[in-house]
Design a protein around this ligand. Structure first.
Ligand code: NAG
Ligand code: NAG
Length: 279
């Protein structure tokens, strides 16, 4: 009995010790976080869960600043001025507690996307047409004249691009929205990015607008409400950013329960799943 009791006590002590030694991760924010162009200034803001710490800022693995923000400060800042193409990379921060010299884990990395207005915005087309029925397959084509790269499809109101594609050897990307619903209603735009600098972006091009007519709910209550479904977007293999976007449609059960005509109430959540990139 004695060895087992000792083992239990040791185990508990180890857990308690590792918890006491854990230094929580900081978080890094960029200001502004979107719409940054060449020549702009961006401030990196490292938020500290503990006070009295030295803060390290990293640019894609290289230490770019090591500073002490002051004993009472729960954040440290570092500004990147006159942004160049080379600054369009990932950033993260870390802190070191003043009295114990214990170092935190690094923050989650944050990507700085920089718009280069020397690239002309891409062209866009939508087919078959602007007004469609629920269930139609929609094709959106994006192209540029003078340059090849990775094309991204943006939907207004979503912070992350909803699809991206690397049209091998051609300057045209073809995006498909399969079986659209009123949740796909909205305006869409494209941009493209240089392969050599995957976070340097062209300006956004013109909008195309899609209006999806809802199908009417059956008058009787015979149809069970649909469960929320997850749709995996097409992602081309060899994606340079290692990112996958999933669109989650939340479908509410209202019309079948109340007997009222179906009022479309789309709710869309885009989840961005990042995996190890090429860096
Ligand atoms: C949409 O595309 C899918 C996959 O190619 C196909 O199976 C389906 O029949 C298409 N739907 C319509 C309405 O064209
Ligand atoms: C779809 O978009 C059009 C134009 O943007 C808008 O007038 C309409 O209310 C939208 N419908 C739905 C169901 O969101």
């Amino acid at each position: 009995m004695a060895p087992m009791a000792l083992g239990l006590i040791l185990g508990w002590c180890l857990v308690a010790a590792s918890r006491a030694w854990h230094v929580p991760q900081p978080s890094l924010l960029l200001h502004p976080s979107q719409g940054v162009s060449l020549g702009d200034t961006v401030t990196l803001q490292c938020h500290l869960p503990r006070l009295a710490a030295w803060v390290k800022f990293y640019q894609e693995g290289h230490l770019i600043s090591y500073k002490y923000p002051g004993k009472e400060q729960d954040r440290a800042e570092f500004s990147l001025v006159d942004i160049k193409q080379e600054a369009a990379v990932r950033y993260w921060c870390q802190y070191e507690l003043l009295y114990t010299a214990r170092t935190s884990e690094t923050s989650e990395p944050v990507e700085l996307v920089v718009t280069d207005h020397r690239f002309s915005p891409p062209e866009i087309s939508l087919s078959p047409e602007k007004y469609v029925e629920t269930g139609t397959n929609i094709t959106i084509r994006c192209w540029n004249q003078d340059y090849q790269g990775i094309f991204l499809l943006h939907k207004d109101g979503c912070s992350a691009p909803i699809q991206h594609q690397d049209p091998d050897g051609g300057g045209t990307a073809t995006f498909t929205l399969f079986g659209v619903t009123p949740a796909d209603n909205g305006s869409y735009r494209c941009s493209y990015r240089a392969k050599a600098y995957p976070l340097v972006s062209s300006p956004l091009g013109d909008r195309v607008i899609l209006v999806v007519r809802p199908t009417h709910a059956p008058p009787d209550a015979g149809v069970p409400p649909r469960q929320p479904e997850a749709v995996q977007f097409q992602v081309p293999p060899g994606d340079s950013e290692g990112l996958t976007y999933a669109e989650l449609h939340a479908v509410n059960a209202g019309p079948w329960l109340s007997g009222l005509p179906a009022a479309p109430q789309p709710a869309v959540i885009y989840a961005e799943v990042g995996t190890a990139g090429p860096h």
